[in-house]
Design a protein around this ligand. Sequence first.
Ligand code: ADP
Ligand code: F6P
Length: 328
Amino acid sequence: MINKVNKIAVLTSGGDAPGMNAAIRAVVRACSYYKIDCFGVYKGYEGLIQNEILELNARSVRNIVNKGGTFLKSARCDEFRTVEGRKKAHDNLVKNQIDALVVIGGDGSFTGALKLSEEFNFPVVGIPGTIDNDINGTDYTIGYDTALNTVVDAIDKIRDTASSHNRLFLIEVMGRDAGDIALNAGIGAGAEEILIPEEDMGVDRLIESLRKSKKSGKTSSIIVVAEGDKSGKNIFELGEYVEENLKGYEVRVSVLGHIQRGGAPSCFDRVLASKLGVGAVEALLEGKSEMMVGIVHKNVTLVSLTKALEKRIHQHDRLVKVADITSV
Ligand code: ADP
Ligand code: F6P
């Protein structure tokens, strides 16, 4: 027997991402369209445990489609990692007579959502919201496209000064342990070298490759380094190593950090968020649970949260080759 869904709650969890507001807006507007009540939960799972839940309507989410961040705020909540914490959360959902939950977040948030659903038989649907683009079962996660454009813009600016001083820049980008941002933004910005977690290039091969670039007449170089790269050195140690082993270049380091998480979402991310937000509500109304709405070959698809949480198979070989060829 599928319980009728009359009241849906939505929360944002984990690292925030540009486009999360657009996703919240789509969930709330879809609830309004299908004439069911919608509630927002502040500060992710922390707010669920603290019962920081407020009713939302179509007007509550006006003028946010173009805003970065999440007006519901996010949090990292250790208490929710305990069954006692999840019971408090579930009790609050019941107290507010909420029938189902939409979780906008990354793999950690989905892990928590799956446990809540399994332990309390509570309907949940996930929307992939993280700049890392590291979720199985979707071609894109909300925030990834915006982050890519932020990084490319930053690298373009750094290239201006690098070429003015014949310098070599190491630029660290986010991605936790996925190389999607580093690889795609690196190609887009014409980086000479790109280090990603999925490939251990080795620092000596890096030096050799930079020597070749120098011999070919390059007077400045950009190396994009994913924060989870496997060089075994942090970005500053890597910079020192390169400067010691590659004569003729001044080396500078730039860590882009949390600017990659901010900014107005791109149109792509706004549209993606709108599609997935509506898809999540429709999935719950169809009685689905423990699923994630994603986009695969332009189509909104549903995949089990279990599948979404599986480690992604390394998909970068072709793109690594494109990066090698276009940076000669
Ligand atoms: P993301 O969703 O971006 O991966 P986190 O990994 O920080 O972000 O997870 C966000 C929140 O999800 C955590 O603060 C915690 O409340 C919950 N969570 C993460 N992992 C688990 C887990 N294994 N069990 C229960 N809850 C979890
Ligand atoms: O998961 C998104 C992300 O931005 C990662 O790319 C990064 O490693 C992490 O969050 C940073 O976490 P925090 O915002 O807690 O410092």
